[in-house]
Design a protein around this ligand. Structure first.
Ligand SMILES: Nc1ncnc2c1ncn2[C@@H]1O[C@H](COP(=O)(O)OP(=O)(O)O)[C@@H](O)[C@H]1O
Ligand SMILES: [Mg+2]
Length: 425
């Protein structure tokens, strides 16, 4: 490692979330001492996954064999490594400028509740994107596999970003909620002036995964997300489906808790919603009688209308689930002044509007704004957090604060893959 540790380091963070939409790369400069570090974003960008690879990831984990998993581990490691090299070129940086990489990898499985094996319950999580491959391609020491150590001490393995949220967003005068809407939505509550041991964090439930599924299914795969929330804005809410989504027992469970999209987007609740709405549409007598007479253009309009309504329902349910999580699990401890929204969901204008409206119900004066209003790049935030988590790993600082705050052991997060010799000079 270089002599810069402890003074100033340039770290690279790599992230691909549950949306599997691409690889977020961020280069950050970290100065100062924990927990008073200053973290400055130098460059951030998102690089797409190769189409074939994304296709394999989107098949769902149940369909993956051990061969697939091993292949994905090394293939994604390679993509991540190459993404760093590309981003370096665009940022005008050289390999030797970078001290360390922190790579979250791609989650294939996250099972903190565990699987029953006879009388035992085995809890697990699996992120692929092999760290050795990244270190070899880039020549930069790489930290990966951040979640395992927290699962091993009995934690949820997620969210891991809270320590970063605390360092970057804590305020002596404002109580804040850092809300990241990725495939899954999670929040960190940071009471004003609070020490690290007073923050708490959990996954509120589905974020974009529900919306992406709705759009994907009802456009026959032609679209993958609701750009700027345009479809939702044109649709109508199906109240029954809305209630059905929100009746999922996950929402009532007390934090700490974490989840993954397979639970919401791939399985029961969303399938029910889709089915219910389809049935409703087909049961409309006008549709039945008119169906045979419909011209192609009319038919297209009808399916567009359905796509918009499912999307609207999914979007409102996501916003409502976040608001309820804040009301139920945050407000008894802290009254938020500011809700700082990051992740792809912050770009969905309609979702942001829904969120503002539902938050107003119990927090009429709260500010609900995207990260940019607070000097944070909404796209790069999680990648920045993993750059910082790599730094904490190297420093030997236990970063699983949420578990520690719940009375579990501290754990240094991440496995270190050393760079080839030439980096050590
Ligand atoms: N302009 C946009 N309008 C609406 N939704 C968007 C927009 N840009 C991104 N998104 C949503 O954000 C998702 C990606 O968010 P991201 O924070 O990268 O999630 P993850 O961490 O799960 O990868 C996309 O799948 C999409 O649903
Ligand atoms: Mg993403």
């Amino acid at each position: 490692m270089t002599a810069r540790i402890g003074e100033s380091m340039i770290c690279c963070g790599l992230m691909s979330g549950t949306s599997r939409d691409g690889i977020d790369v961020a280069f950050v400069e970290i100065t100062g001492r924990f927990p008073d570090n200053k973290i400055r974003l130098i460059h951030g960008e998102t690089l797409p996954y190769p189409g074939r690879l994304r296709g394999m990831l989107m098949t769902g984990y149940q369909a993956l064999s051990a061969v697939d998993v091993a292949t994905l581990d090394f293939w994604i490691g390679r993509c991540f490594g190459l993404a760093v090299l590309q981003a370096l070129r665009r940022a005008g940086l050289r390999r030797k400028d970078i001290d360390l990489i922190g790579s979250h990898g791609q989650t294939l499985l996250h099972l903190p509740e565990g699987m029953k094996q006879g009388r035992e319950i085995v809890r697990s999580t699996l992120q692929v994107g092999n760290g050795a491959v990244i270190a070899q391609i880039t020549g930069i020491t790489t930290v990966s596999d951040f979640r395992s150590a927290d699962i091993a001490v009995g934690g949820e393995g997620a969210p891991l970003v809270p320590i970063y949220d605390y360092v970057v967003l804590r305020s002596p005068s404002r109580s804040r909620v850092a809300l990241n809407i990725g495939g899954i939505a999670n929040l960190t509550a940071i009471p004003r002036g609070a020490p690290l041991k007073a923050i708490f964090s959990f996954d509120t439930g589905p974020g974009n995964c529900l919306i992406d599924t709705a759009v994907g299914v009802f456009t026959g795969g032609k679209e993958t997300y609701d750009k700027n929330g345009v479809r939702a804005a044109r649709g109508a809410v199906n109240t029954r489906a809305f209630e059905m989504i929100l009746s999922d027992p996950y929402f009532a469970r007390k934090p700490p808790k974490s989840t993954d999209p397979e639970k919401f987007a791939g399985s029961a609740p969303m399938a029910f919603v889709i089915e219910a709405m389809l049935r409703e549409a087909l049961a409309d007598p006008r549709d039945e009688r008119m169906r045979s007479k419909l011209r192609a253009a009319d038919r297209k309009r009808l399916s567009n209308h359905l796509a918009n309504s499912v999307t609207r329902t999914a979007t409102e349910a996501v916003a409502e689930s976040i608001t309820r999580a804040i009301e139920k699990f945050v407000m008894p401890t802290m009254r938020p002044d500011e809700i700082i929204v990051t992740g792809g969901g912050s770009k969905n204008r309609f979702l942001m509007d829904c969120l503002r409206q539902s938050i107003m119900r119990s927090l009429p004066r709260a500010v609900v704004e995207t990260g940019e209003a607070f000097g944070i790049n909404s796209d790069a935030k999680e990648a920045c957090a993993f750059a910082y988590l790599a730094y904490l790993c190297l420093k030997g600082i236990p970063a699983n604060v949420i578990s520690q705050n719940a009375g579990l052991k501290g754990a240094v997060l991440g496995a270190i893959y050393r760079a080839p010799k030439w980096r050590a000079t």
